[in-house]
Design a protein around this ligand. Structure first.
Ligand SMILES: CC(C)(COP(=O)(O)OP(=O)(O)OC[C@H]1O[C@@H](n2cnc3c(N)ncnc32)[C@H](O)[C@@H]1OP(=O)(O)O)[C@@H](O)C(=O)NCCC(=O)NCCS
Length: 389
């Protein structure tokens, strides 16, 4: 029996703190007028103390699981698409797995810049179609604000923080993710990158003094690349899915710059209304931009059951990605009974307790071993040699 991968739940999270263009004009030499006319952005959300890529991912994931009416122990795989993880290692997806109490789930992060969410959707739908998993959680989440040089007006006006998530599930009904197109061109790596903090230039006082831990971007080159690749990837994915551009009710492009989106619409010869935009309020949230936009498009009634969508993105790498799908969920989603919500709430409390208990047990384990470790430290070279023999 042929398997299909359907989005059955979606959720988003944007931090409460909002930074306006006027706020930015007090921080760097810029103006609301410049930012609006060159990018279309008016405001962006930024994390507050205690918020991270993982905490935002968890909030978006919880919302998606609620819509999907799926419990965390049904999830078999968690993919977090991010270029701004909590740590270099472990992956942010493991932190999400722990917080959700998704005890059966494998977890990994996916780094493909702003194309990351569509990359993740493509990988997950392939795994579902191949029969490896039935239920996968895919999250796009970023705290770009922590990698921004807030004195660099060419980058700091563009980005925002946020997270979006979807639950993808196997079904025998036709539809869901129909086709995807992924691409990369590493010759453009330095067009959009963080020069230090990796193995090539590990963080040291010098790299910090030079600000090499901040995002660097050649805005004009990235603009040219984006305007070129968005229509190509959109056409290719439609062709692969056996659809014409006219069959697509709504395009959900990566929300980087309104001028890029409008240029793509012109190149595809489609009316601007068929390109969903919300970057005015979010700025560029990188891998989170497409899932956040998808949530808003669904929740504003722009996507109906049976509609065809194309999600298309580009980003650091350089990378690009497009996915064509047929939407299969109703909106509004029927409300859940109170007891289901209570069970969900209890599950997340239990997950916290479980995590705490496991951490404590590990710590206690160390405490129990300590005297033994001291003993080992205290032994002489000859005693050690004797023991090893
Ligand atoms: C960054 C971007 C908005 C700049 O717009 P642009 O029209 O290309 O602007 P330019 O680079 O030609 O710069 C025009 C001038 O504005 C200045 N400028 C740049 N940022 C500014 C700001 N925030 N406020 C005021 N002036 C600014 C530049 O210094 C330049 O001045 P100059 O002419 O005296 O040298 C645009 O190139 C862009 O969106 N690129 C893609 C970026 C992107 O999407 N990145 C993420 C990819 S996932």
């Amino acid at each position: 029996m042929k398997r299909y991968a359907h989005i059955i739940g979606w959720g988003k999270y944007a931090p409460d703190r909002i930074l306006t263009n006027d706020d930015l004009s007090h921080m760097v030499d810029t103006s609301d007028e410049w930012i609006r006319t060159r990018t279309g952005i008016r405001t962006r959300h930024l994390i507050s103390e205690g918020e991270t890529t993982a905490t935002m991912s968890i909030r978006a994931a919880q919302a998606a699981l609620e819509v999907a009416n799926v419990t965390p122990d049904q999830i078999e795989l968690i993919i977090v698409a991010t270029s701004t993880p909590d740590y270099l290692t472990p992956s942010t997806s493991c932190l999400v797995q722990d917080a959700l109490g998704a005890t059966r789930a494998a977890a990994f992060d996916l780094s493909a810049g702003c194309s990351g969410f569509v990359y993740g959707l493509s990988v997950a739908s392939g795994l579902i179609r191949a029969g490896m998993y039935d239920t996968v959680l895919i999250i796009g989440a970023e705290t770009v604000s922590t990698f921004i040089d807030w004195t660099d007006r060419e980058t700091c006006v563009l980005f925002g923080d946020g997270a979006g998530a979807v639950v993808l599930q196997a079904s025998e009904s036709a539809g869901g993710v129909l086709a995807s197109v992924l691409g990369a061109d590493g010759s453009g790596a330095e067009m959009l990158y963080v020069p230090a903090g990796g193995s090539r230039r590990p963080t040291c006082a010098d790299t910090v003094a030079q600000g090499l831990h901040f995002l660097r971007m050649d805005g004009r080159q990235v603009f040219r690349f984006a305007v070129n690749v968005m229509p190509i990837a959109s056409r290719q994915v439609c062709e692969k899915a056996g659809l014409s551009l006219d069959d697509i009710e709504l395009f959900i492009p990566h929300q980087a710059n309104d001028r890029i989106i409008q240029a793509a619409a012109r190149a595809l010869q489609i009316p601007a209304e068929r390109m969903f935009t919300n970057l005015e309020r979010y700025g560029n949230t990188s891998a989170a931009s497409i899932p956040i936009a998808l949530c808003e498009a669904v929740e504003s009634g722009l996507i109906k059951r049976g509609d065809h969508l194309v999600m298309v993105g580009f980003g650091a790498g350089l990378t690009w990605a497009a996915a064509a799908m047929q939407w299969s969920m109703p909106w509004p989603v029927p409300p859940q009974p109170w007891w289901r919500k209570t069970l969900r709430w209890l599950h997340y409390r239990w997950a916290r307790l479980r995590s705490w208990a496991l951490r404590t047990l590990r710590r206690l384990d160390v405490e129990i071993r300590k005297p033994f470790n001291h003993e080992m430290e205290g032994e002489s070279q000859s005693q050690r040699e004797e023991r090893v023999k």
